[in-house]
Each structure stands twice: as structure tokens, then as C-alpha cells.
Design a protein around this ligand. Structure first.
Ligand code: FMN
Ligand code: SF4
Length: 492
């Protein structure tokens, strides 16, 4: 089996001209010739599902945003380019190799929802991607593609939560990346809420976002359409080539291709575009040397799905890569991050690393998510160090049960599911860790991927110093990020 190349070209497009020579730009031309409803119907028919993690149907989202347009202000389009899921590098690969498809998809979206602006929300530390995007925007502007649509790049913070859609909108509104309680695509970039003078007071508190409605005369706020980088890149192809073309590969419920990042215990880590429905085993073979494949020498024990979904064991490698097949296994595809774990790594060390990442990145708006999360993390660390007994195992299980209480975003349930799945599937290894005389093992560093170069995957080395209060250094203040970064006087 070989990779597909619908979104990720064989070689990077060096210029807009090169993109056009390969057929780029036809989607935008086609989009400008028809009504929004026609384009939304085509997206619906394609069955495209958002590639940011949840797999939400893109056509449904666009239809909703279109129907909630404000009579007063124009809708905004936001590209979620905040990629921070551990083990994922696919959005940065698209931007480096094919930024034009992302911009074209976003312009088609702007055409559909009547947006006057496209904001690309990325991270300040993604300097290579920011430069590539700026160059590509200059090119499409010079080529007359943008019309009256303005482009803006926001270089946001490094926090994992920044990628969560409502936290991302908070950042665009000038506040820290704390998730909102709200449906995600109603309000965001432009805050116009009657009688909410206090809201934009620079308090640092997440906005009290309410549902925008189509017929509420007082409601001036326009909706915002947020999609992932890979989602937008697919849109350009679908509008250029049609829904039937998109569906010509993949499965009925998961049509098209998907970009998968494979890292961990493999000899050829990388980003691979494969047809949906490809068995996981075949994807992993792409990231493994021929000698390993032929000799069957791999000692793979599990595949960690970033920090969002249940871990898979070596017995599940025939699972097709599709939303429905992963759901049927009791897991999820997420952003197609596959961190391979081999027999030489203790699953407890993997759990300790994943738990630390989620506990540190939790913002603390919901007490169980932060406090129970931190306790689970420290209990797992104790277990890894060989100093735990049965009572510690029981406490991990108890905390996992209640960590999601009152959670306003998915991070808490990710913690529950990821650690719970490792605990269940590797129960014997957890039990073994509480037997006397165990050698200590170091937690695996689970953090954002910073580079994949040949045989080497680099993971953010600064994360080892990141404290639960989101400072870097030897001491933690003991405050949750929401306490440390929020001006409490604003609440009085
Ligand atoms: C903790 C957390 C982190 C997330 N990080 C990202 C991210 O880095 N990039 C992204 O596109 N979506 C991320 N998401 C998903 C977004 O909230 C949202 O579903 C996505 O931007 C929607 O785009 P799509 O419909 O095209 O998938 C994250 C979600 C959660 C809960
Ligand atoms: S669930 Fe966790 S990360 Fe999400 S808002 Fe609550 S405290 Fe923050």
C-alpha cells in the first residue's frame, strides 16, 4: 500500500504558480460562480468530516453558520492552525507543503458564509509556518484571489488548550486560552453583545457567550466558522472535483483520505496521507523499515492515540482507519496521531507521561479536572517510581471516576479515557508495579511534536519544566492557570 497525495503533495509547492499548474485554484473559481447553498449541498454530499479531532460533518457546520448570519456584521472565518496534540504534525506539514490549498479552502468558506475576513490562528513558536503563510497570502493577494476578504495571522500561545475551538476564540478576543461554555461557532471574533460593557473589560475571564439566533433583533454579533487546516485543504479539492470524486476513496461514513502522524517506536516516523479504511497495520508499515516488516521483528505493544482517545493494543492493528471503526472499538480517531509503544516501554510510564501532560495543560476552571488530574499524575509517577501500593491504585481509579465532574471542555474526559484505557488494557502491568522490589521507570515525555527529521521525532523539551500554573521554572505557585491569569478584582 502506498500513500495518497490529495492534500499532501509528493513535493512541496514552491509557488502559487506551481499550485495552479497542479490544478489549484479551480475550486475557488467554481465557488464564485454558484450560490452558497449549492456549495453547502456539495460539501454535505461529500461527507467530509472535520479533521481537527471530533470528526464533525463539515457541511452541517457550514449550513448552521450560514443560517445564523447577522444582518448587521459579517461572519468571520477562522483556520485552526494551533496544532498541539502530542504526536501530531500533520497541519504543519500541510502548511509547509501546500499552504495554498488551505487558503483556497478558507476563501471558499468566506464566499459561502459571506465573510469579510479570514483569521489564521497559529502559534508564535511555529515560525516556519507563519513565514510560509505570510508568503502564500502575499501571492494569492497579488494574484487577485482575495477580493474584499482580509487575511490576518494570529500568533497565539503555546498551550494545548489554545487549539480547543472556544479557547481559540478567547485568544482572538485578547484573553487567555480558557474554554467557554457554549456551542462553538456562534460568536467569537467580533464581540458585539448588547449591554455587555463589563465583558470586554480585560478581566481575563472567558466571555459569557450565548447562543446567537437568526431572528433576535438585539443580537448584532455575527457567527464565526472555525475549521481545522486539513479540513479547509480538503474543501478546495471537493469544490474543484466534486463530491463523487471525494467519495471515490474511503468508506461511506468516512470518505476521502486522512493525514496520519506516526511517531514513537518506529524507524521512519512521519506524516502519511492514506485512504480512509486503510488497516492500521498498513499505516504502521509505512513508518517501519522493510527489514522490520519482513522479519516481523517489531515488538509493538500498543498505539497511543495522542492524548485524546483510548489506547489500542497490538491485537487491534487490523482496525480500519475510519471514524466508525475506531468508535466501534470503543475509541476514536481524533487527529490521527499514532504514537507507537514497544515492549521495552512500561505502559505505566506511558500513562504517567500522558497524565502529566493533561494535568499540566488543564486550565483549572473546573476543579476536578485540575486537582484530580494532578493527583492522578502524581500517583502514576509514584507507581512508575516503584513506591506505590494497592491503595495508590485504588485512588487512581477513584479519581478517574470523578475527574469529569462539571467539566466544560473535553480535556477532562480525555484524561479519563486515555488513562482509563491504559489501566484496563494493561491491568497486569499496573499490578506488577505495586509488587515489592520493582525498579523505577521514568515517565515517557508526552508533549507537542516540534520536528520530525528522518528517523528522529523531537518533542518539546521545555515541557519538562512547565508547571501546573503554566509557568516555566523550578517552582509552581499552586494556583491554577485560571486563578493566576485572571484578575479576580474584575469579578467583584
Ligand atoms: C483540548 C483540545 C485541543 C484541541 N486542539 C485542536 C488543535 O490543535 N487543532 C484543531 O484543529 N482542533 C483542535 N481541537 C478541536 C477543536 O476544538 C475543533 O473541534 C476543531 O477546530 C473544529 O474543526 P473541524 O470541524 O474542521 O475539525 C481541540 C479540542 C480540544 C478539546
Ligand atoms: S475541563 Fe479542564 S481544561 Fe476544560 S475548561 Fe475545565 S478545567 Fe479547563
Amino acid at each position: 500500500m502506498s500513500s495518497a497525495h490529495r492534500v499532501l503533495p509528493l513535493a512541496p509547492f514552491a509557488s502559487l504558480d506551481a499550485y495552479r499548474e497542479a490544478g489549484g485554484g479551480r475550486g475557488l473559481t467554481a465557488a464564485r460562480a454558484v450560490e452558497s447553498e449549492v456549495l453547502i449541498d456539495e460539501l454535505d454530499a461529500s461527507g467530509l468530516r472535520g479533521r481537527g479531532g471530533a470528526g464533525f460533518p463539515t457541511g452541517t457546520k457550514w449550513r448552521t453558520v450560514f443560517s445564523y448570519a447577522s444582518a448587521v456584521l459579517r461572519t468571520s472565518v477562522v483556520v485552526n492552525a494551533a496544532e498541539g496534540e502530542p504526536g501530531t504534525f500533520k497541519d504543519r506539514s500541510i502548511i509547509r507543503n501546500n499552504p495554498y490549498a488551505v487558503l483556497e479552502g478558507a476563501l471558499i468558506a468566506a464566499r459561502v458564509v459571506g465573510a469579510g475576513s479570514v483569521t489564521i490562528a497559529t502559534k508564535a513558536r511555529f515560525t516556519e509556518e507563519v513565514a510560509r503563510l505570510r508568503g502564500a497570502i502575499d501571492e494569492i493577494r497579488a494574484a487577485g484571489w482575495t477580493g474584499d476578504v482580509g487575511f490576518d495571522i494570529v500568533e497565539g500561545p503555546g498551550e494545548y488548550l489554545y487549539g480547543e475551538e472556544t479557547a481559540l476564540l478567547e485568544v482572538l478576543d485578547g484573553r487567555p486560552p480558557f474554554p467557554r461554555i457554549a456551542p462553538p461557532w456562534r460568536r467569537g471574533v467580533v464581540e458585539v453583545v448588547a449591554g455587555d460593557d463589563d465583558m470586554d473589560s480585560g478581566s481575563g475571564l472567558p466571555a459569557d457567550v450565548q447562543m446567537a439566533t437568526a431572528d433576535d433583533g438585539d443580537n448584532l454579533a455575527p457567527p464565526v466558522l472555525v475549521n481545522n487546516v486539513e479540513t479547509f485543504a480538503n474543501v478546495a479539492n471537493i469544490i474543484a472535483n466534486g463530491a463523487a470524486w471525494f467519495r471515490s476513496v474511503g468508506t461511506t461514513e468516512s470518505p476521502g483520505t486522512i493525514l496520519c502522524t506516526v511517531t514513537g517506536a518506529v524507524s521512519r516516523p512521519g506524516v502519511f496521507e492514506v485512504v480512509m479504511g486503510t488497516p492500521l497495520r498498513d499505516l504502521l508499515a509505512l513508518a517501519t523499515s522493510d527489514a522490520e516488516n519482513e522479519g516481523g521483528a517489531r515488538s509493538l505493544s500498543a498505539v497511543l492515540m495522542g492524548v485524546s482517545n483510548a489506547i489500542l493494543t497490538s491485537a487491534e492493528l487490523d482496525t480500519p482507519i475510519s471514524y466508525e471503526a475506531f468508535a466501534a472499538q470503543g475509541g476514536g480517531l481524533g487527529s490521527a496521531s499514532f504514537i507507537v509503544v514497544d515492549d521495552s516501554t512500561d505502559p505505566v510510564a506511558v500513562a504517567a507521561g500522558a497524565s502529566r501532560f493533561l494535568a499540566v495543560e488543564s486550565c483549572g476552571q473546573c476543579t476536578p479536572c485540575k486537582q484530580d488530574g494532578l493527583e492522578i499524575s502524581s500517583l502514576l509517577q509514584k507507581l512508575a517510581s516503584g513506591q506505590a501500593d494497592q491503595s495508590h491504585l485504588r485512588r487512581i481509579d477513584e479519581r478517574l471516576l470523578r475527574i469529569t465532574d462539571g467539566a466544560r471542555c473535553s480535556l477532562a474526559s480525555q484524561h479519563q479515557v486515555v488513562i482509563g484505557s491504559i489501566r484496563t488494557r494493561f491491568a497486569a502491568q499496573f499490578e506488577a508495579r505495586v509488587q515489592p522490589g520493582r525498579d523505577p521507570v521514568d515517565p515517557v515525555l508526552i508533549a507537542e511534536v516540534t520536528a520530525i527529521d528522518g528517523q528522529t521525532t523531537s518533542v518539546d523539551p521545555t515541557f519538562v519544566d512547565k508547571q501546573p500554573d503554566w509557568t516555566y521554572g523550578p517552582h509552581d505557585s499552586g494556583l491554577a492557570p485560571v486563578e493566576r491569569l485572571t484578575d479576580h478584582r474584575a469579578q467583584d
